[in-house]
Design a protein around this ligand. Structure first.
Ligand code: GMT
Length: 378
C-alpha cells in the first residue's frame, strides 16, 4: 500500500506513534509518505520506501497567521495525486482530520478517491478538541473520516461522551518494538549519575501542565527522605522553568538532573529503577509503556487510559491525581524490598509484551484494507 501519514513531527506521543508506525509499515514493504512541517524527530533511519514531504510556511504581509491548514491541504492533494497514495492516515485530530477531509473533497472533485483514517491520541479529545472554539470542527471531521481509531478504551469512551459521534471507533493501543527497545548494559553511565549506588527515578514528558511534572519532584523529595536517590527529568516544555524553580526552592537541585529532550531514551530507562507518571490526564501513557518495556515499574495516577497499561499492584501502583503522599509511599515500598522490586520489573516487561508492535501494527493494516475496500464500493 502507499500510505500518507500526517502528524506533529515532535517528541510528543502522537508524533512518536505516527513515526514508529510509518517505519514499521515501511519495514513490512509498504510505501510511506510523511507529510508535515518538519522531519519527524523519531524518523532517524534511512529506508528506501519512506518519503518526507515538507509543508513550507506561506508568508504574506496580509496574513497575521501563516495559513498552515491551507498549505497542508494543498500538499496533501499534491502528494496524494502525484504519488498515487491509497490512503491518508492522520494523527491527532486538530487540525489534521479537517484538513484531510478538505484534501479528500478536492481530490474527489478531480476523480480521485482516497480514504482518510483519523487516530485520536488524547488532548485532541480530552482538552483541546472539546473547547467550544474547536468542537464542531473536530466532531464533523471525526464523523467524516472513513476510519477512526483511539489509543485506549478510555479515549474511545471519552470521544463518545464529549462529542456526537456516529462513527464506529476502533481501539488500537500504542505499541512498542520490543526487538529494538531493549535494555542496554549502561553500568558506567549509572555510576556517573548515581556514584553511591543511589536509586534512579525517572520522569519523561513534554512538561505541559497536564503532566504535573512538579508532582514528580515532590514525590522524589519524599522518596529521598527514606532512600538515597537521584531524579532524571527528561524532556522539555512550558512548565520546565517552573519545575526547576521549585527544585531550587526546596533545595534538592543536586539530586536532580534535567536532561532536556533526548533521542536514546532506552539508554536512560535502562539505568532507571522506577518511573513517575503523575499526569492529571493521559489517554494511554506511551512513556510508561516505554519504561515498562525496559523493566521499569510505574508509579502513576489512575486517570484516563493509564489503568489499561499500568496494573495496580502488578506493574506498579496508581494513585489519585496530586496524591504525592500515596505515590511516594508506594515508590518507597517497591524500592525498599528488592524481591518485590524484581517481581514488579518482571511484570512490567510481561505487560509491555501485550503491546508489542507485532500484535498492534496488523490491526492498522487490516483497518486500512477495510476502509479501502469500502471506499472502492462507495
Ligand atoms: O500530551 C502528550 O503527551 C502528547 C500527546 C500527543 O498527542 O502528542 O500524547 C497523547 O498521545 C500519546 C500517544 O498516543 C498517548 O500515549 C498520551 O497518553 C497522550 N497524552 C495525553 O493524553 C495527555
Amino acid at each position: 500500500m502507499k500510505i500518507g501519514i500526517v502528524c506533529y513531527p515532535t517528541f510528543g506521543g502522537s508524533g512518536v506513534v505516527a513515526t514508529e508506525l510509518g517505519i514499521q509499515l515501511a519495514e513490512k514493504g509498504h510505501e510511506v509518505h510523511f507529510i508535515t512541517y518538519e522531519r519527524p524527530a523519531r524518523l532517524d533511519i534511512f529506508l528506501g520506501n519512506v518519503f518526507y514531504h515538507e509543508v513550507l510556511p506561506f508568508k504574506y504581509s496580509l496574513f497575521k497567521y501563516t495559513p498552515y491548514e491551507t498549505t497542508l491541504a494543498g500538499r496533501l492533494v499534491d502528494v496524494a495525486e502525484n504519488e498515487k497514495l491509497d490512503l491518508l492516515h492522520v494523527h491527532y485530530a486538530i487540525p489534521h482530520a479537517s484538513v484531510a477531509y478538505l484534501a479528500k473533497c478536492i481530490l474527489e472533485s478531480r476523480g480521485i478517491k482516497i480514504p482518510v483514517i483519523t487516530t485520536l491520541h488524547g488532548t485532541d479529545i480530552t482538552l483541546v478538541g472539546k473547547d467550544p472554539a474547536l468542537k464542531s470542527v473536530v466532531e464533523f471531521s471525526i464523523n467524516n473520516s472513513d476510519g477512526v481509531t483511539a489509543v485506549s478504551q478510555f479515549l474511545k469512551n471519552a470521544t463518545y461522551m464529549n462529542f456526537s459521534i456516529e462513527k464506529e471507533i476502533d481501539v488500537i493501543y500504542n505499541f512498542i518494538d520490543l526487538a529494538k527497545f531493549q535494555r542496554r548494559d549502561k553500568d558506567h553511565f549509572k555510576k556517573a549519575i548515581a556514584p553511591e549506588g543511589e536509586k534512579i527515578i525517572t520522569h519523561i514528558s513534554n512538561f505541559r501542565k497536564v503532566k504535573r511534572a512538579e508532582d514528580a519532584v515532590f514525590v522524589f523529595q519524599k522518596i529521598g527522605e527514606k532512600i538515597p536517590s537521584k531524579l532524571l527529568m527528561i524532556g522539555d516544555g512550558p512548565e520546565r522553568a517552573n519545575v526547576e524553580k521549585t527544585c531550587r526552592e526546596i533545595g534538592i537541585c543536586d539530586e536532580i538532573r534535567f536532561l532536556g529532550k533526548q533521542g536514546a531514551i532506552e539508554e536512560l530507562l535502562s539505568i532507571s529503577d522506577l518511573f513517575l507518571l503523575p499526569s492529571s490526564n493521559e489517554s494511554f501513557g506511551l512513556a510508561a509503556l516505554e519504561a515498562m518495556a525496559l523493566e521499569v515499574p510505574i508509579i502513576s495516577t489512575n486517570v484516563g487510559g493509564i489503568p489499561e497499561v499500568n496494573v495496580q499492584g502488578v506493574t506498579g501502583y496508581l494513585s489519585e491525581v496530586g496524591d504525592v503522599e500515596n505515590m511516594s509511599s508506594n515508590a518507597i515500598h517497591i524500592l525498599s524490598h528488592p524481591e518485590i522490586h524484581q517481581e514488579f520489573k518482571r511484570n512490567a516487561y510481561q505487560k509491555a509484551k501485550e503491546f508489542d508492535v507485532k500484535n498492534i501494527v496488523p490491526l492498522y493494516e487490516s483497518m486500512y484494507q477495510r476502509v479501502m475496500a469500502h471506499s472502492v464500493l462507495a
